[in-house]
Design a protein around this ligand. Structure first.
Ligand code: FES
Length: 106
């Protein structure tokens, strides 16, 4: 179990307990806590509805080509943008702070 902080679109902070032994990703974790992350494509890096900004210095795995391509087409992309569904919950994410990106019209 690791701790992850998610800041929602109303600047509210949610401290989440994230299991690292269930093969979950950040999109699924947010949904499990009923945070407003749609995950429309089911985690295939095809919709960007799980777009989030990484605010902490957490070391993250490199982006896949699919993730990069999708973020190229997404709105409100920043240098710290990632797709939540591509971030698997691992011990390395302990203490991570993310902020949900604004919703786009997809
Ligand atoms: S859920 Fe669709 S890109 Fe992450």
């Amino acid at each position: 179990m690791v701790k992850i902080t998610v800041i929602d679109r109303h600047e509210r902070k949610h401290e989440l307990d994230a299991p690292t032994d269930m093969n979950m990703n950040m999109m699924e974790l947010c949904k499990a806590y009923e945070l407003p992350v749609k995950g429309t494509c089911g985690g295939m890096a095809l919709c960007s509805s799980c777009h989030m900004y990484i605010l902490s210095e957490t070391e993250l795995p490199e982006m896949s080509e699919e993730e990069e391509d999708m973020l190229d087409q997404a709105f409100f992309v920043e240098d710290n943008s990632r797709l939540g569904c591509q971030l698997r919950l691992t011990d390395e994410l302990d203490g991570m702070v993310v902020k949900l990106a604004p919703e786009s019209e997809d």
